[in-house]
Design a protein around this ligand. Structure first.
Ligand code: ZN
Ligand code: ZN
Length: 700
């Protein structure tokens, strides 16, 4: 045991007051706050100096709540009378913690104890009001001060910036110049962000000139970084670069500002290259901000893989990804549709307690929902304490794409009851839920409430959604009427596409023709429209018209997008194209086997769909057995029977196009005969197959 610890381990007792305060100071200097506090609490008539020292110490260690409490209790006990330094210390506590209520009380105290024109206290009060975003308070104090120094003006400028009033902050800055007060580095670096906010390059340059003329400011790393940031935010990377190049001394902060200048202005390549230069730099080491700047920069510029690689590098270099890294990581996972990595990131977040950020949680809801696990999405959603509109929209959309229309609608009602404001996306999501679950009247009612109750003007996508709701519900005439007479926006491809889709489901050739004709006009390159219309004609046995459609496609040189499905088994993704040769014997054998079982059980293959494939060159595709989703499911089932798949008994298959009816029937059958849960996501929605039926109830 060292001497110091022995000295501090036992509290002295029975000392005279002036000695106690000396001990308190000694304890505080050595970092023994708790002991100092105990000594103070035992004093019968505590002195204001010890009291102030303790309050300041609490602020210093970040416990401003205790600092304020200590001030208030001391004052109310009547044993100590606050002086200007005690009040100052308590004001600082309020500034740090944004405690406006106690801040105002301290303002009254300052006046009550006779310090209303004290510049030191006035400056602290202005700073406190600014940090509490109460500009009226700051203005009141500023106006009441008889003498204003550099700090007064700087704090007042800053307050406007903090309160989101950059224009006023620049006005005060000019007034400061007229009053003959020269700005210092802090003033300038607090005014420069106001220039960036207003994209006011002119004033920013004036400040730059001022710095060049004033030697001590010219070489300030602080001011130069702020100038670089200002130029970068005003889209002037070259100027930022030239400051950076002329700086005598570079620190990691200036490097970070420069990196973010490149990324922010879309030049990710230079940003990426410069970051590697910094990593090789002998004198400086990138810090966590440098890593995050580059990771976020890559992700925001769409360089997702590069961003993800940097996260790996960052960890190799011994840096821990923090909340900002995690948010970028999740964005990358969403865009890459990398659900597995998204879930891993979630695990990391739980281990490091980064689960507070609502935006990240919302990204996770999406990741789980799109990855096919709606229950997990819901669990994450439930942990978001204050759900904003985006969070609600995401959860509503998640249920909609999993065919849970009732749940979507219920969530929407809960959202409204809780006071969250829906936006136009909310309605798109709810309507999509209604259409996938054939909730026609509900969908129409929601649409009507948009403009009526919520004051949101419906756009083309909402009209299209209603057409979809009506079409899927089989009310095709009504859907067509709606487009012709009610739709105030110009019909889009998805409007007519929704009607055409309905016509395929309900075998309505007449309306199908109208919708197809419009689609061929406004979207002549989309093969899906031709295929859909072709299928309607074939199902109605209108062979001649059907071959005309095929000829039209060939003449225009439009090729069908090849079908493609994928499944993850043992952490590897296996991709199948229609008619894939991969493991052909085994997989085709399985499909044939299932087909035989189905026939014996009285199911007959739905040959409407044989003709879905138009490309005569691709002979394999003509066979229903070769559809990519069948092959992927077969692969998954065989792997599951060999016990190769991971612990969960759910197969998750993804497909780029919509699933055909024959595959749908087959997978329903497999789910029952093999006792498996199979989730298939096609281009439109999720299908949850279990016990021989599908969550879409055969409508999609
Ligand atoms: Zn198929
Ligand atoms: Zn289905």
């Amino acid at each position: 045991m060292v001497y110091g610890e022995m000295f501090f381990s036992k509290l002295p007792s029975g000392l005279p007051p002036h000695l106690i305060s000396r001990f308190i100071k000694k304890y505080l200097d050595a970092g023994y706050l708790a002991q100092a506090r105990r000594l103070f609490d035992e004093m019968s008539s505590p002195d204001v100096r010890s009291w102030t020292m303790l309050i300041s110490q609490y602020v210093k260690i970040g416990n401003s709540r205790e600092a304020i409490l200590m001030y208030t209790r001391g004052k109310e006990s009547g044993k100590v009378k606050p002086d200007r330094l005690a009040i100052l210390a308590a004001i600082k506590a309020c500034a740090v913690s944004g405690d406006l209520i106690n801040g105002k009380k301290l303002h009254s105290d300052a006046i009550y104890y006779g310090f209303s024109s004290d510049t030191l206290l006035g400056n602290a009060l202005i700073d406190m009001y600014g940090k509490c975003k109460c500009i009226e308070g700051a203005k009141m104090v500023f106006d009441g001060l008889t003498s204003r120094d550099l700090i007064t003006w700087t704090s007042f400028c800053c307050s406007y910036v903090n309160c989101g009033l950059p224009r006023d902050s620049l006005r005060v800055f000019r007034e400061m110049g007229s009053a003959g007060v020269k700005p210092n580095a802090i003033t300038l670096s607090s005014v420069l962000p106001a220039c960036s906010d207003l994209k006011c390059l002119k004033l920013g340059r004036e400040i730059h000139c001022y710095c060049v003329k004033n030697g001590d400011l010219r070489d300030s790393v602080f001011v130069n970084s702020a100038l670089m940031d200002m130029y970068s935010r005003c889209s002037s990377v070259e100027r930022a670069e030239s400051i950076f190049g002329n700086m005598k001394r570079l620190d990691v902060v200036s490097w970070n500002v420069m990196l973010s200048a490149y990324f922010r202005n879309g030049d990710w390549e230079t940003g990426f290259r410069r970051f590697h230069e910094l990593r090789r730099n002998r004198g400086l080491r990138p810090d966590v901000v440098s890593w995050n700047t580059s990771i976020t920069g890559c992700v925001e510029n769409g360089k997702l893989r590069e961003g993800l690689e940097l996260v790996v590098d960052m960890q190799k270099m011994g840096f821990k990804p923090n909340q900002i890294t995690v948010a970028s990581l999740l964005t990358a996972c969403v865009q890459l549709e990398d659900w597995r990595r998204g879930k891993e990131t979630h695990g990391y977040m739980i281990r490091h307690r980064y689960t507070e950020d609502p935006a990240s949680s919302t990204a996770l809801v999406w990741i789980y929902a799109k990855g096919g696990d709606c229950e997990a999405a819901e669990r994450v959603f439930d942990t978001i304490p204050e759900k904003d509109t985006v969070a609600w929209n995401t959860m509503i959309a998640a249920n909609a794409m999993h065919g849970k229309g009732k749940e979507s609608l219920l969530l929407f009602e809960t959202m409204l009851a809780g006071g969250a404001a829906p936006n136009s996306v909310t309605f798109t999501c709810v309507l999509s839920g209604c259409s996938h679950s054939k909730m026609v009247d509900e969908g129409v009612a929601v649409f009507r409430s948009m403009a009526g109750e919520h004051g949101i003007e419906p756009g083309a996508e909402h009209f299209s959604s209603v057409v979809d709701v009506l079409s899927r519900g089989g009310r095709l005439e009504e859907a067509y009427e709606f487009v012709v007479s009610e739709m105030s926006a110009e019909p889009t491809p998805s409007t007519w596409g929704a009607l055409l889709g309905g016509c395929r489901m309900y075998k309505n050739v007449e309306l199908g023709r109208i919708a197809a004709k419009r689609l061929f006009e406004i979207e002549p390159e989309n093969p899906g429209n031709y295929v859909l219309f072709y299928n309607i004609l074939v199902a109605a046995k209108l062979w001649e018209e059907a071959s005309e459609v095929r000829r039209m496609m060939r003449d225009k040189g439009i090729r069908k997008v090849p079908g493609c499905s994928w499944i993850r088994v043992k952490n590897r993704i296996h991709t199948f194209l229609a008619g894939s040769k991969k493991n052909a014997d085994e997989l085709n054998g399985f499909v044939e086997e299932v087909r035989g079982e189905m026939r014996r059980a009285g199911h007959h293959p739905n040959t409407d769909f044989v003709l879905q494939d138009l490309d005569t060159e691709e002979e394999q595709e003509r066979s229903l057995c070769g559809h990519s989703e069948k092959l992927a499911v077969a692969y998954g089932v065989l792997a599951a029977t060999r016990n190769e798949s991971s612990s969960s008994s759910t197969l998750r298959v993804f497909k780029n196009l919509r699933m055909c009816g024959d595959c749908h029937e087959t997978i329903k059958f497999v789910s029952k005969s093999r006792g498996l849960r199979i989730v298939v996501r096609d281009s439109l929605r999720f299908h949850h197959f279990e016990e021989g039926s599908c969550s879409c109830r055969d409508f999609w």
